[in-house]
Design a protein around this ligand. Sequence first.
Ligand code: NAG
Ligand code: NAG
Ligand code: NAG
Length: 326
Amino acid sequence: MSPPCVVVTTAMLLLLLTAAAARDTCSGVTPAPPQRGARVSLASVGGRGDGRTLNTAAFARAVAQIERGGGGGTQLYVPPGVWLTGPFNLTSHMTLFLARGAVIRAHQDTASWPLVDPLPSYGRGRELPGGRYMSFINGNGLQDVVITGDNGTIDGQGSVWWDMWRKRTLPFTRPNLLELMSSTDVTISNLVFQDSPLWNIHPVYCSNVVVANVTILAPHDSPLTDGIDPDSSSNVCIEDCYISTGDDMISIKSGWDQYGIAFGRPSSGITVQRITGSSPFGRPSSGIWWRRKRPSQALEFVQHGGWDQHQDQLRKGRIHPKHHYL
Ligand SMILES: *[C@@H]1O[C@H](CO)[C@@H](O)[C@H](O)[C@H]1NC(C)=O
Ligand SMILES: *[C@@H]1O[C@H](CO)[C@@H](O)[C@H](O)[C@H]1NC(C)=O
Ligand SMILES: *[C@@H]1O[C@H](CO)[C@@H](O)[C@H](O)[C@H]1NC(C)=O
């Protein structure tokens, strides 16, 4: 065999291996996160995991400290215990690590929950006009973020929000449990998400996102507690998750109605594989859902929503949502 022939054969083999790897695992979707050079424990910045002390300021202090740090970034270590807190922000080049037995628990004081602007691709809160409550764990414009652990729990204590929704006393759109906006290179893995006020995991305007090995739990009668909603995001890989909530297990979105179309950012390059769990529906309601294990699929979803779902008279129009399944 002449040398050029060997070169061609090796290249073809590599191509085949790459294709097989891309189908079976999410590895390679985000760059391997660097070893974090530094570690901050929530306990060392004044936090108390006693289930009663409010740790909002401790989280803010830890994240500010990480923001000032350099190098390969910093791990924020959450030790075993119940860490009650209000909503907080993440920063770039950080790993949020929840030890086994660590629970980050949202407080239920809805009146003190900060409001944020609606998403430009929604035009208003998804449930009510105006702004919306900040997500419990929130990141905006970040890079290189890992949210992981030894199966620790992020608990939204959503029942207080579900009750307001049922009694129609919500002033604004409910918070999501975890939202990352305009961020790249994000990994969310090896954790339990439970009782989200609204959607559980919401990457919006993001690219290079992996969600793997997470358990997402909420009662079947909890309103609109979607599992994972990639929204106007690209290169998202979701695998090996168990999802049982009150709404869609996974729903791929690109904004809402006229606002989504005007914003014009589709979701693309979405891979979903080995998802198990259950949803309260006998059939899909929106986006995509799974009852059982399904083979991997790559999808592009251009527009989510129906006709005239906005009760916004100024922008009323009959628009056909366009769906592309690849
Ligand atoms: C979170 O970050 C946003 C900017 O993205 C800022 O406006 C807000 O005050 C921060 N909120 C908290 C609770 O730190
Ligand atoms: C993580 O916790 C969930 C909920 O308790 C459980 O179902 C799952 O098996 C656990 N996973 C691991 C790897 O321990
Ligand atoms: C998910 O779990 C599997 C099996 O333990 C592991 O090989 C893989 O690296 C995990 N994925 C992530 C993104 O942590």
